[in-house]
Ligand binder design. Structure first.
Ligand code: HSE
Length: 431
């Protein structure tokens, strides 16, 4: 059979990894795909840079969109990144030109995925994005194919390796967030501008994509409630351990009576939960279906090898002629997202306050909770320092977010509360 010609845009860590994997495993891949796979064209920013790749006989394009349109290739692989600009223009150009697209670009899909899926289907093509969510874990394939028989009730998981690494290190070493972040940057785990990772945006991109895939809806990135891990303190980590929890940044999409919740924030999860044992840079995704029950997928969510593994899997599918609807159902039939408002979320909460140690302080805090019908589950006060600031930790029974928000606003105004209260949602992870 004729080889599948690949035009590859972006020769950074992932792009070079894909190029090397296609070269090193060419024979096996040809056997599995039923035809050889050849990189016939590449595009990157700097032609002169030595990447240790033999580009002899491979057409070079300075402009990725021009390559997407004009290269003598069957498929276009976008590994440039960025939600707009050249990545978007090149993917659109490839689809317009009747080429299938493979991308690892979660920001692009979170912003424009529904429209790109429609464009792909109008032109009789498809868009592969296994690498965009949880790196090497084949969760897209699992949701689109392996779990196709199920009505999905929840998808949640650890979707950002940098945050998981930071939280793991904070717990294991007792060191504060800023120090551990600096280490993560030095080790090359976090981006030089780590905001996308630690403020939860990267995880939110991935969650928005998983929601569309699992629930058959249009992507609603703006509907995702997003909080990062900047405010998680070494104290919170110690208190979590004492209460039988572990703190993880989770992305959670769940069907509720008010719509589909989509939220990314630090969570306290039971130490016995499978996700609690996922440590360091690893990712994990749990999908719950009505027929299958609970399934758990774990693996490396970033890096050249795992990401290239996912990109090449999509390329092999296209070489085999497997062309499935982008978000599991035809794009024209995706339902509106119907994201539930965060105020309607209900669950138990952990609160950490710093209060002046004097009689009546706890009574004032308890009154603020009582007036919102919030029931306390436990309370820990550390130390005894009359007239000085001490930490107090409370956990509550299930309550609505709106009530908790009002109670926190009132607690913050109390004269004896000396720092803004910190709140972390508790997730039992039981359906
Ligand atoms: N920066 C991401 C992470 C990897 O730390 O998980 C790519 O999405």
């Amino acid at each position: 059979m004729a080889p599948l010609g690949v035009a590859l845009a972006g020769l950074g860590t992932v792009g070079a990894g894909v190029f090397a994997l296609l070269r090193d495993r060419a024979e096996t891949l040809a056997e599995r795909a039923g035809r050889p796979i050849r990189v016939v064209a590449v595009s990157a920013r700097d032609r002169t840079r030595d990447r240790g790749l033999d580009l002899d006989g491979v057409a070079w394009f300075d402009d990725a969109a021009e390559m997407a349109r004009d290269a003598d290739a069957d498929i276009f692989v976008e590994l440039i990144g960025g939600e707009d600009g050249i990545a978007k223009a090149a993917c659109e150009a490839a689809l317009d030109a009747g080429r299938d697209v493979v991308t690892a670009n979660k920001a692009l899909l979170a912003r424009h995925g529904t429209r790109l899926a429609r464009l792909a289907e109008e032109t009789g093509r498809t868009l592969g994005f296994e690498a965009a969510v949880a790196g090497g874990i084949p969760i897209v394939k699992a949701l689109r194919e392996g779990l196709a028989a199920n009505r999905i009730s929840a998808i949640y998981g650890i979707l950002n390796g940098t945050c998981n690494y930071i939280l793991t290190q904070m717990r294991e070493t007792g060191r504060p967030f800023d120090e551990v972040l600096a280490d993560a940057q030095a080790l090359g785990y976090a981006e030089a501008d780590p905001a996308f990772d630690i403020d939860g945006i990267d995880a939110a991109h991935k969650l928005a994509i998983l929601t569309a895939l699992g629930f058959g809806t249009e992507i609603d990135f703006d509907g995702v409630h997003v909080e990062g891990i900047r405010h998680v303190s070494a104290d919170d980590i110690v208190f979590a351990e004492e209460l039988g929890y572990r703190i993880k940044l989770l992305g959670i999409a769940r069907r509720t009576a008010h719509g589909i919740e989509q939220r990314v924030h630090p969570c306290m999860i039971p130490q016995a939960a499978p996700l609690a044992r996922v440590e360091g840079v690893f990712n994990a995704v749990v999908a719950e279906g009505d027929s299958v029950g609970t399934t758990v997928f774990e693996g490396r969510g970033a890096g050249a090898g795992p990401t290239a593994s996912a990109v090449v899997a999509d390329i092999v599918d296209l070489a085999r002629g497997l062309r499935l609807p982008v978000f599991a159902a035809p794009a024209a039939g995706l339902a509106p997202a119907g994201t539930a408002a965060m105020e309607r979320h209900a669950g138990p909460y952990y609160l950490r306050l710093v209060v002046v140690d004097r009689p009546g302080v706890i009574a004032d805090v308890a009154a603020a909770l009582r007036d919102e019908q919030i029931s306390m589950e436990s309370m820990i006060q550390r130390g005894r320092a009359p007239g000085e600031a001490v930490p107090v930790v409370l956990t509550t029974h299930e309550t609505e977010e709106a009530a908790m928000t009002r109670a926190l606003a009132r607690i913050e105004t109390l004269g004896s509360v000396v720092q803004a209260p910190r709140m972390i949602r508790i997730e039992s992870l039981v359906s």
